[in-house]
Design a protein around this ligand. Sequence first.
Ligand code: ATP
Length: 273
Amino acid sequence: MNSSLLSIENLSIHSKGAKKSLINCVSIELAKGEIVGLIGESGSGKSLTARAIMGLLPSTMEVEGSIVFNDVDVVALPSKEHRKMLGNKIGMIFQDYRGSFTPFIKVGKQMVETIRTHQKMSKNEAKEIAHQVLEEMGLDSKKTYQSYPFQLSGGQTQRVAIALALALRPSLLICDEMTTALDVLSGEKVLDAIDQLRKETGCAVLMITHDLALAYKRADRMYVMNQGEIVEEGLSEEIRCHHQHPYTKKLCSCLLSLPNEVAFMGQERVGSV
Ligand SMILES: Nc1ncnc2c1ncn2[C@@H]1O[C@H](COP(=O)(O)OP(=O)(O)OP(=O)(O)O)[C@@H](O)[C@H]1O
């Protein structure tokens, strides 16, 4: 049995002075080496949960409950100490990746500097790692390394941001809708690289997504979030086949309303005769 890496208990978040919580009594558990999906529609509270783990909530918000990472309650931690964990202990791939880079500094230079901020190594060693992770993301590492962020497409920039997060080899990686800017093949490549990192380092992954199919395919377990609350949790297969909550049913029915592969192939065969 893997030991718990992250344990969120009764997390509530509300804007100062507001009566209604944005997040209410959320409890989530992540073991080392696990990929856990956090799914739910837009505005259900997934990103706020992630930001609370990172200690990156706006100062206008108040947090109650506990978020224990590696035996440390990060809610009670001074923000300076909390920030020290970011990057090499807790990595995050943001939904809005464009803010990850300074526009007028070449990508390679930014990567080397970030890697060296978190890990003690020479410039050449960091450069080697940067090239390696860029290649793992399916990018032309030489060209990308020499580019300014504005010379890259949205999907390429997103992959650089993911490459950098992986280069730091965090124990917990939070991925917030990370494949939305990517085509299917690039998305699969990125997810394979994350799976590989999990195998190599035992890092845990919190995969935030509203893509239910993606979560089924990649996550070991899932939490379903609706209006700031966790309404269902379980193994991905359990959620897929034996979900109970009406909201999960609604989510799943959208997926199941697509023609299934067998029926579709059958139609094709009939059509081709
Ligand atoms: N800075 C903020 N100030 C006030 N309310 C906010 C702020 N950020 C988010 N919220 C509110 O908190 C709730 C949860 O937002 P959150 O961004 O966590 O949703 P989400 O599930 O990640 O959605 P999406 O999939 O669209 O990113 C929403 O009702 C949103 O309006």
